[in-house]
Design a protein around this ligand. Structure first.
Ligand code: 26Q
Length: 802
């Protein structure tokens, strides 16, 4: 198949003219007094112009060939910045640098003025963003559907070492990447009652809001294909209350609009503990109903038989957040389009796929039937009907049910309504089968499959790690960006000292740049010769940042006990936010900052140990930290991290992992080999067994040489002299309620860290290990993941024939 459009080439002269034209006519600014903001906008519009043509070409081709499309429904898209990524994919980065320099503007300075689009919490949202880019790269016709939150994930600051949250406000500046589509708007109904009229159920909603579309084009590698990310903003269905306005009640006249807009106002910042908030349920239905109405409208412009829907439409549910898609699609097909319930159900199932991202019981969505039934009364009836249909068709043991104990279980609902269910790593998919849905899996043994996550190598290598990218291209040529398995071609070079020296130099250049940034950002001087040890991810007990900081304290105590011994200098870098209501996670943040303060100000320690925790970790910060990392911390309690995707980004960038047998770490270990991975800790089975002993943590602490002293120092206030009892609660929990097995894995982790020191001190060995991580990381490209979804779940062919 022909490419939709081959890469548009553009000369510096053309781009220069485009930037000036936008500065003048789009922004109405004279170059003589344009601010960096104006220059960034002008450049963004000029770059956007280059995306529009392949975007139209892709859309036209999909319509002309009546192709099947995928529709990726996600409450989160954690995109980050767009400008540099777009220039990289269009092959314009060098040209843009040159052109902006000609205007006296530093391209990189401008790029960094763009606010992150932080419409997500963490892994799940970032995965959706990587998938959008990969679908565009491999030519998979696709729409992403999400919510255009006015406020993305909160901004984090530290006040006296504690997390404080501030609202995020990315739309306070013009967003040059979106196109408002006020003509694409749908009415979203809520509440009210269901009446039976002439034997048919009729929903009479008592509230409605309007979902109004904003489209962002997503350009693939080399501009060969582009898809659409369609985000919905909530508006009022009654524009303005004219009656009230005429009565002189001006403020009240605008009330319906303000009320409606609360629906898309803010992203929920909890990423594991689910709370049954009605507004959240409304957001989920808002996204889902708008997307499904849009999908059916598009389908009906070309087709008349709704039973054909699964031939042309694949709908992927990113976790259960859009799992109302099952009942809503049935409602639209039957109530609104006249299909029988049975036909509607089968048709919906033919379209729907469900991706599970968590096994944590506290994260599983369940809605009280009261909340569900009052907010979505028709859907409550449909859910009951799905449940009884499933019961009579498959005779499940009575203990599985979608509605149970006055709750609607969204996982079970999504499972029953999907033709495929997938986990996100080999281990996780196995646990989804065995632990999460054992009965449903027995009834539907072919439904669960595995789709190991991946990340886009364009953003996470080509864009963010230029020294290493240049070395790779110099060594194996071009093409690896879209075929990451080609990195295997680096393997023979990993034996050559000349190549390893260059690999080392690339890493060092990134470390020097990071050390510089740390100095300005945190006011701490770190040596680029130290081992940069990085743990960046949301703060969670199961991710065990606590294990990391406890081991850091142990290391500190050893340095203090024997200051004249030889130590491999280390910089411990942390990054991540806690959910605002997650008290234990917030305590861990406080502890890390307290420990950092003491260690960083201890003159006896000097360069041998530093602890750095820059505030407000986000996608852009990850792009700085990962290329400069020597060591990737992936130390979750086995069985708890569904996959991880940060782990893959580190591997691609040549940072070996210290990690447990959890999530995709298992596959990373398999690809890179045991010699190039610092494995430690209990397996999932061992962890489950270990928890059966109520005394397990006390026993582990007492058996450890270092841990009792570490806990004692923290409990006595060695790191919180102004409030010595600050960590009594935390230390008590490690002793007595250590569900995540921090104590039980402590010694193994400490020993693995000693192995890391040994390996790092042996320079040739270390650099080879790092280079082999990059060389063997090809499997973790999200292009591979997307091709696999296309084949196993979506039955979609590439429009680019690749
Ligand atoms: C649910 C209900 C109400 C409010 C919020 C939520 C909510 C929001 C976000 C629940 C969960 C999330 C996010 C989960 C997440 O990021 N999971 C991660 O997904 C990654 C991609 O598959 C995996 O790599 C990680 O292992 C997994 O933790």
């Amino acid at each position: 198949m022909e490419a939709a459009l081959t890469q548009a080439t553009i000369t510096p002269t053309q781009l220069k003219a485009d930037v000036l034209r936008h500065l003048t006519f789009t922004l109405g600014k004279d170059a003589a007094n344009a601010s960096p903001y104006d220059w960034r906008m002008a450049l963004s519009f000029a770059v956007r112009d280059r995306i529009v043509e392949p975007w139209f070409a892709s859309t036209r081709q999909t319509w002309a060939q009546d192709r099947k499309r995928v529709h990726y429904l996600s409450m989160e898209f954690l995109i980050g910045r767009i400008l540099e990524d777009a220039t990289v994919n269009l092959g314009l980065r060098e040209v843009a640098e040159e052109v902006m320099a000609g205007f006296g503007q530093d391209f990189h300075g401008l790029v960094e003025g763009e606010p992150d689009a932080a419409l997500g919490n963490g892994g799940l949202g970032r995965l959706a963003a990587c998938f959008m880019e990969s679908m565009a790269t491999v030519g998979c016709p696709a729409y992403g559907y999400g919510i255009r939150y006015e406020h993305g994930l909160f901004k984090q600051s530290f006040q006296g070492g504690q997390q404080a949250e501030m609202p995020e406000d990315w739309l306070s500046m013009t967003n040059p990447w979106e196109f408002a589509r006020p003509e694409s708007a749908y009415v979203i109904p809520f509440k009210g009652e269901v009446k039976t009229e002439a034997g048919r159920e009729v929903w009479l909603p008592s509230e409605t809001v309007l979902a109004s579309a904003y489209d962002t084009p997503v350009i693939g590698w080399q501009g060969k294909w582009a898809n659409t990310l369609r985000l919905w903003a909530a508006k009022s269905t009654q524009q303005f209350d004219l009656e009230r306005f005429n009565r002189g009640d001006y403020a009240a006249a605008a009330e319906p609009e303000a009320l409606a807009r609360t629906l898309s106002r803010v992203l929920y910042p909890d990423d594991t503990t689910y709370q049954g908030k009605e507004l959240r349920l409304k957001q989920e239905f808002f996204l889902t109903s708008a997307a499904l109405q849009d999908i059916l409208r598009r389908f009906k412009t070309v087709h008349s038989n709704l039973l054909d829907l699964p031939k042309y439409v694949a709908i992927q549910m990113n976790d259960t957040h859009p799992a109302i898609a099952g009942p809503e699609l049935i409602r639209l097909l039957s109530d609104e389009n006249g299909l029988s319930f049975q036909d509607a159900l089968e048709t919906a199932r033919g379209c729907l796929g469900y991706t599970n991202h968590t096994l944590l019981p506290e994260a599983l969505e369940r809605w009280a039937t009261f909340t569900f039934g009052t907010t979505l009364p028709r859907h409550m009836q449909i859910v009951e009907r799905i449940d009884s249909w499933h019961r009579s068709a498959y005779h499940p043991p009575h203990y599985i049910g979608i509605v149970k104990h006055h709750e609607v279980r969204m996982g079970e609902l999504a499972f029953v309504m999907a033709h495929k269910v997938n986990g996100v790593s080999a281990l996780h998919s196995d646990l989804v089968k065995k632990n999460l849905f054992p009965e449903l899996n027995a009834l539907h043994p072919d439904r669960i499959c595995n789709q190991t996550n991946g990340v886009t190598p364009r953003r996470w290598l080509k864009m963010s790690n230029r020294p290493l990218s240049a070395l790779i291209t110099k060594t194996i040529g071009e093409g690896w960006e879209a075929d990451l398995d080609l990195l295997r071609g680096l393997e023979p070079h990993c034996e050559k000292p000349a190549f390893l020296a260059e690999f080392d130099a690339a890493k060092r250049a990134n470390k020097v740049a990071l050390a510089d940034w740390i100095n300005t950002e945190c006011g701490v001087t770190v040596s680029p010769d130290a081992l940069f040890d990085v743990q960046i991810k949301r703060i969670h007990e199961y991710k065990r940042q606590l294990l990391n900081i406890l081991q850091t304290v142990a290391h500190y105590q050893r340095i203090k006990a024997d200051p004249s011994a030889d130590y491999v200098p280390r910089v411990k870098i942390f990054g991540g936010k806690s959910a605002p209501g997650y008290a234990v996670a917030k305590e861990i943040i406080h502890l890390i900052n307290d420990v950092a303060r003491v260690i960083n100000n201890d003159p006896e320690v000097g360069d041998r140990l530093k602890v750095i925790y820059p505030a407000n970790y986000n996608v852009s910060m990850a792009e700085r930290l990962i290329p400069a990392a020597d060591l990737s911390e992936q130390i979750s309690t086995a069985g708890k991290e569904a996959s991880g995707t940060g782990n893959m980004k580190f591997m691609i960038n040549g940072a070996p992992t210290i990690g447990t047998l959890d999530g995709a770490n298992v596959e990373i270990l398999q690809e890179v080999g045991a010699d190039n991975f610092f494995l430690f800790g209990m397996t999932t089975a061992e962890a489950m067994k270990r928890r059966e002993d109520p005394e397990q943590s006390r026993k582990a602490i007492e058996a450890s040489a270092a841990l009792p002293g570490v806990l004692q120092a923290i409990a006595e206030g060695a790191f919180s002299p102004e409030q010595p009892d600050r960590y009594h609660g935390l230390v008590h929990r490690v002793w007595h309620h250590d569900y995540f097995l921090v104590a039980a894995d402590f010694d193994a982790y400490d020993a693995a860290q000693a192995e890391v020191d040994k390996a790092y001190a042996d320079r040739p060995r270390w650099v080879k290990m790092a280079a082999l991580n990059t060389a063997r990381s090809g499997f973790f490209s999200s292009d591979r993941t997307i091709r696999s979804y296309m084949k196993d779940i979506w039955s979609i062919e590439s429009a680019l024939g690749v």
